[in-house]
Design a protein around this ligand. Structure first.
Ligand code: ZN
Length: 454
């Protein structure tokens, strides 16, 4: 009888003890992150380098400086060569419209990949477009005119990434589609969730367009203003001038920092963000925060003697913004070298308070990950959704891979995204640290509980 009781007790107590241990371990991770704030110091170091457009000297400098950081922490580091396009913005862009002989300046920036205007600028009447259906129905209305896309991000979405997704077409293919209708230039409303005076850049494509026409983003404030003026003065004249250009492709690098697993070194957990950024700000949220989250997550485990059984790789991917070259090369080399990734984690949604995770994984593993939520809910993590993971790690997708994207609060992200406002001053140190601690806790829990496909 005593034996049975003891057995019963141990069956209940052992998991309870393990749970208590794990709860305390996770608490220690958050405590260490919030008291040391190593990630915030690293983010300062990274953003002090400046904007890190792929192909720029700053992008490569960031890789070199953080390789030194990783070396000093005892990681095995190596670089993977990546050829990246090198687009350069040129002098600050200018734009204005004229009404009754008076000039009204507006804030614009060239979209990434745009061609230049003529040297003296481009001047024409403007046609406002508020939907792609409207554009589709047009015959010759855009002939010789500037197409002005004014499609706001829908404020009704709770997650602003969906609002971004619903409006991004004007930026990405706006020039391609308008050129087919005879437009000579494009002004696209900035993809921002608030009304502000800052233009927000981002990538665009000409695909197989017969004519490549210059395309810029206008600040949301000035898009509203221009729209109002056009109601009263439909023939007003708009002028913009910019001189971006493509230069020769450049050799750049992914940074890989590896820590060999103690028990299962052949199984790899990869965690990363993209080190390149747009050039208007310093890429503090997009995606300096993601790189630092990844590095600090592993650093936290290292500091607390919690390094996983499996090998961990921190990757700073090069050139997510201009074509995912780094992620594609990382995937290609991994396949060639038969690297067995079992878990892939990405942070590329900003350095704001983490709200949860989104996952792509085999059904049974997703269920087991949801089973971990009680460990994370005390830290404000409630979202365990299935809305993708991340653009860089998606290149590694297989049926077995557990892929996870960090999901921070999104309400402020698109106020700064791809603009001059994406700087360290817009990052809250505590919120950033919460992200790093969350990823550290996740790696710890997934590895310890063997939540990987066989
Ligand atoms: Zn990004």
């Amino acid at each position: 009888m005593k034996k049975v009781l003891a057995l019963l007790l141990s069956a209940v107590l052992v998991p309870l003890c393990a749970q208590k241990d794990e709860t305390e371990t996770i608490k220690s991770i958050y405590t260490h992150a919030l008291t040391q704030q190593q990630g915030y110091a690293w983010l300062k170091k990274l953003t002090d380098i400046g904007g890190r457009l792929a192909g720029s000297a700053e992008a490569n400098q960031a890789v070199q400086e953080f390789q030194k950081v990783c070396d000093s922490l005892g990681f095995t580091t190596f670089l993977q060569e990546v050829t990246v396009p090198h687009w350069v913005r040129g002098p600050k862009e200018t734009a204005y419209y004229t009404l009754n002989g008076k000039r009204y300046e507006v804030a614009i920036c060239a979209l990434g990949g745009s061609v230049a205007t003529p040297e003296k600028g481009l001047q024409a009447e403007v046609v406002e477009i508020t939907s792609f259906e409207q554009l589709e129905a047009m015959t010759d209305e855009l002939e010789g005119k500037i197409a002005f896309y004014n499609i706001p991000m829908n404020p009704a979405f709770i997650n602003t990434f969906y609002a971004y997704g619903s409006a991004v077409k004007q930026r990405y293919v706006g020039a391609l589609e308008a050129s087919k209708k005879g437009a000579i230039g494009v002004v696209a409303r900035s993809l921002s969730s608030s009304i502000n005076p800052y233009p927000h850049t981002g990538s665009m494509t000409y695909a197989d367009a017969e004519r490549q026409i210059p395309a810029c983003a206008i600040s949301t404030r000035h898009a509203e203003q221009l729209s109002k003026e056009l109601e009263k003065n439909p023939t007003l004249s708009f002028h913009f001038k910019m001189a971006p250009e493509y230069r020769d492709s450049v050799t750049s690098y992914n940074l890989v920092a590896e820590w060999k697993g103690s028990e299962k070194p052949d199984e790899v957990i990869v965690i990363g963000g993209h080190v390149d950024s747009w050039d208007l700000g310093t890429g503090a949220h997009d995606d300096g925060a993601g790189c630092i989250h990844s590095l600090e997550a592993v650093w936290l485990l290292q500091q607390l003697n919690l390094m996983p059984k499996r090998t961990v790789r921190v990757v700073f991917f090069m050139n997510e913004e201009f074509g995912l070259n780094g992620a594609k090369e990382y995937a290609r080399l991994s396949k060639k070298d038969k690297v067995n990734h079992v878990i892939a984690i990405e942070s590329d949604a900003g350095g704001f308070s983490p709200r949860g995770i989104s996952m792509v994984a085999p059904e049974d593993l997703k269920e087991r990950i949801r089973g971990l939520r009680h460990y994370l809910e005390p830290y404000g993590l409630h979202e365990f959704s299935e809305n993708g993971s991340g653009a860089d790690i998606s290149q590694l997708k297989t049926d077995k891979l557990v892929m996870i994207g960090l999901r921070p609060d999104s309400h402020r992200y698109f106020e700064v995204h791809h603009s001059s406002q994406d700087v360290l001053a817009r990052v809250n140190a505590r919120e950033l640290e919460m992200g790093s601690a969350t990823l550290a806790a996740l790696i710890y829990l997934l590895d310890k509980n063997d939540i990987v496909a066989p």
